[in-house]
Design a protein around this ligand. Structure first.
Ligand SMILES: Nc1nc2c(ncn2[C@@H]2O[C@H](COP(=O)(O)OP(=O)(O)OP(=O)(O)O)[C@@H](O)[C@H]2O)c(=O)[nH]1
Ligand SMILES: [Zn+2]
Length: 362
């Protein structure tokens, strides 16, 4: 028996550390001290400088593209930190909020030599902590001792990287009866992922047979649309429309996946909204922030449905990626049920961009 946390547990700690501004140590091909740009403080930056060496600011290739910085490492770029760079410089590179007001950040010099694997893991950790995807990284020669001396979380990168990229398995926790407006016979099931991440919900209406295709919806959380009634997207009407249709048919299952902002988290989604107010569309805004158009893990939906015993679905969606993911992960889609509700003059452009750039069906 051992009380020593395993890599999954250590990753959960590392995420929490980065969100709190606490550095984490990565070891693998060498070692690295990693701090999230978003939660970096002047004091921690001064402490980092005092260690000597040549810290870099690692950003995604998406963000590098906006900043015209060279990304020699494929999906990430290691930007050298100028010796006089203060916190404002770091945030200027990491956060696009002021790109238009102060367009010249550079010239940014990217590092070419050496291995970028630890940097890549640092960025992936920041993303999974729903922070801006930018980390300050300093090479360490003896990462294990440094972590021990400073009581920092030590992550074994070669073992952790594939785990972070894999879909964490969601396990059922509890379910209870929940009558709703759409139907009196409702049941809410809670699923908890193995990686300590946010829980996801499945709302079952009626008693759908496990042997026939069930009317199903994979809904990604949208606080602004689902709760606030935002006119910028169609999420709220889609959520209520899907529930209403399941209620009318007397059976269905709606998965409410906590993948706010297509997986980037609500704070980053609001950053994207600010950029949209500057004239960028939903896809461009994600890219300027350093994210892909869609960072969601759709596999999750298929895993939950299978755990509930469903083998096939009639899927309420306009997103062909959701259909492909279901099929790939062992849930047959016998029919796509279009879900066209909630178009307003505010979201017309957003829906058109999704159709044009993200392949959504009209
Ligand atoms: N990053 C970002 N996320 C957004 C924006 N507008 C809405 N979202 C998020 O996009 C997701 C919408 O998800 P879904 O309702 O599953 O929609 P979908 O992928 O368009 O697919 P279907 O509705 O099934 O056709 C939610 O997580 C919202 O929070 C935006 O402008 N930027
Ligand atoms: Zn929405």
């Amino acid at each position: 028996m051992s009380f020593v946390p395993d890599v999954t547990e250590i990753l959960a700690r590392a995420r929490a550390d980065l969100r709190m501004g606490v550095p984490v140590v990565l070891c693998g091909e060498g070692g690295a001290l990693v701090l999230a740009a978003e939660t970096l403080t002047p004091q921690r930056l001064a402490d980092l400088r005092a260690l000597g060496g040549e810290p870099v600011l690692t950003i995604t290739a998406r963000r590098a593209e906006t900043l015209k910085a060279r990304a020699y490492d494929g999906d990430v770029a290691r930007v050298k930190l100028p010796t006089d760079a203060a916190l404002g410089w770091i945030m200027g590179v990491a956060d696009p909020a002021d790109d238009l007001r102060t367009p010249m950040k550079g010239p940014l010099i990217s590092q070419r030599e050496g291995d970028a694997d630890l940097h890549r893991l640092g960025v992936a950790l920041a993303k999974s902590a729903h922070l801006l995807p930018a980390v300050v990284v300093l090479r360490l020669t003896d990462p294990a001792s440094f972590a021990a001396e400073n009581a920092l979380t030590l992550v074994n990168a070669p073992v952790a990287a594939p785990l972070l990229a894999a879909s964490p398995i969601p396990h059922p926790v509890v379910s209870a009866r929940l009558p709703v407006e759409a139907h009196e016979k409702g049941r809410l099931h809670i699923f908890r992922p193995e990686d300590g991440g946010e829980e996801h919900y499945a709302f079952e209406i009626g008693s759908p047979s496990r042997d026939e295709p069930v009317l199903a919806r994979l809904h990604s959380a949208c606080f602004t649309g689902d709760v606030m009634g935002s006119l910028k997207c169609d999420c709220g009407p889609q959520l209520r429309g899907a529930l209403a249709q399941m209620g009318e048919e007397g059976a269905g299952v709606l998965l409410y996946l906590n993948q706010e902002g297509r997986g980037i988290g609500l704070a980053n989604k609001m950053r994207a909204y600010s950029l949209q107010d500057q004239g960028f569309d939903t896809v461009e805004a994600n890219h300027r922030l350093g994210f892909e158009d869609d960072e969601r893990d759709f596999k999750l939906g298929a895993q939950i449905l299978k755990q509930m015993g469903f083998k096939s679905v009639r899927l309420l969606t306009n997103n062909p990626r959701k259909i492909a993911m279901m099929e790939k992960n062992g849930v047959a889609v016998t029919e796509r049920v279009p879900l066209k509700v909630g178009e307003t003059h505010h979201n017309r452009g957003y829906l058109a961009t999704k159709a044009k750039k993200s392949g959504h069906l009209l």
